[in-house]
Design a protein around this ligand. Sequence first.
Ligand SMILES: *[C@@H]1O[C@H](CO)[C@@H](O)[C@H](O)[C@H]1NC(C)=O
Length: 279
Amino acid sequence: MSKTKTLISLIIFSTFILHSLSISTDTFLYGGCTQQTYTQNSPYESNLNSLLTSLVNSATYTSYNNFTIIASNPTDIVYGLYQCRGDISMPDCSSCVVHAVSRTRDICPGACGGVVQLEGCYLKYDNVKFLGVEDKTIVLKKCGPYIGYDTGTRDAVLSGLMGSGGGYFRVGGSGQLKGMAQCIGDLSFVECEDCVSEAIRRLRSDCPAADFGDMFLGKCYARYSTGGGGGAHSYSKAHGKSDNNGEKTFAIIIGLLAGVAILIIFLAFLRRICEGQGK
Ligand SMILES: *[C@@H]1O[C@H](CO)[C@@H](O)[C@H](O)[C@H]1NC(C)=O
């Protein structure tokens, strides 16, 4: 009986692990919709549908793209883009954008514009042109618990994320202390740098000695994690390809173990039924 209990615990445990791995890039961070709505079966609706289809298709081969669906009536024009986080694989990017589209459909039914940020990708569409427009308003700010460490090292890691040589995706830090920044691909290099600097300035001033900090501005974000709070902060999970593959292999092994465990329980169960019939 206790063996069965152990096996059941193993199954529950491995399901939990598989689940926590599968949500890493699709985890929802924020979303929003415009007040303005379109009417059903309108040209706008069909344009929006083709825009979202284009975004989903494009995410199978490139980590950033923008589309504009032109219409003769200016109010029927739809603009949209997506940006995958720079360190995720193309299959993850593609699946993330699929999730982002279904998320916006859930939270913004009938809205002309919507935006959603998942752990691994960002998606936005609107009938107002926003492509190439810098936006440094704070959309999401999360500071971890105050753990009272020397912020010098953190600030150095954050500074390392700045600099004109940085691309649209930047990582820094070592050991447990990690930082990252990501711009949306429609910004110029100069705008990206400006946006990242602002996000970092905000992290420093608004998250003093916090375990982790997430600063999402309209067109970029900067984040850091000290790993101090039990390493629970999510973004470090799918960090880097090899780590990710290692985790996947681990998940597959655990999954196989769970499968074997289920089989053993099933056989034990069958045997008990047979024994019961024999008596
Ligand atoms: C949008 O996409 C077009 C075509 O791929 C590209 O030429 C243009 O630079 C992009 N615009 C922005 C703002 O990213």
